[in-house]
Ligand binder design. Structure first.
Ligand code: IMP
Length: 212
């Protein structure tokens, strides 16, 4: 998700014409806390562990004898990456990027902005971008283009969840733990207003946040 307090909404026709092409940033109160126990479990801790391990085994086989760089997309992918990396048996290193939530699907512009770049060069290396959830595809399309400019030997995408029905741009992940319908989920690194990242299973948030 992104900033808890600042939501960015496309302007509606109720605003003056000079504002209509602009994007409004309005301050909204932090939503009421919903205890995770009250949310339906979509994937349990055990299901996640088993599937992530399968993905790690597959990646280890695909890259047998090679070294890989795992690039996690902060913050959502941090927990998935740490579990995935521990299931990968080939030589690997980590790096992280961060993008601003400004410009994701919930705004009209659809722009994504890099706020933290990779620390180490990836030219000539085998890279896997690791994301928590592939939704509209805007973030990973942007990051893929950006990473390709660094001329890696190869570039693949691993995502914990994939919501194919929400795609706005054509992009597929090479490694997917689970495909899910269009429901807003939290836990296992994924947040709503920065909450619930530490919830150990993936749960369905009872409402669909604006823009989803
Ligand atoms: P997109 O593919 O560019 O639309 O953005 C993917 C990002 O949107 C993810 O990395 C999440 O941060 C966020 N996101 C999309 N769907 C969900 C969800 O169901 N729960 C929590 N975050 C989500």
């Amino acid at each position: 998700m992104g900033s808890p307090l600042v939501r960015t909404l496309a302007t509606a026709g109720t605003f003056s014409s000079s504002w209509q092409s602009a994007t409004l940033r309005i301050i909204m109160p932090l939503p009421a806390y919903v205890p995770p126990q009250k949310m339906e479990v979509l994937f349990s801790r055990e299901q996640l562990a088993e599937r992530v391990h399968e993905l790690g085994t597959q990646i280890s086989a695909d890259y047998a004898g090679q070294s890989i760089v795992l690039i996690g997309v902060l913050k959502g992918a941090a927990i998935f990456l740490s579990d995935l990396a521990r299931s990968i048996t080939v030589d690997n290193t980590f790096d992280f990027v961060a993008v601003s939530s400004y410009g994701r699907a919930r705004v009209s512009s659809g722009q994504v902005k890099l706020i933290k770049d990779i620390d180490n060069p990836i030219e000539g290396k085998h890279v896997i971008l690791v994301e928590d959830i592939l939704d509209t595809g805007l973030t990973l399309s942007y990051l893929r283009q950006l990473m390709l400019q660094h001329k890696p030997a190869s570039l693949k995408i691993a995502t914990c969840l994939d919501k194919p029905d929400r795609r706005l741009v054509p992009i597929e992940a090479d490694y997917v733990c689970f495909k899910i319908p269009n429901r807003f989920v939290v836990g296992y690194g994924m947040d709503f207003a920065e909450r619930y990242r530490g919830v150990e299973d993936i749960r369905i948030y009872p409402e669909t946040p604006a823009g989803h």
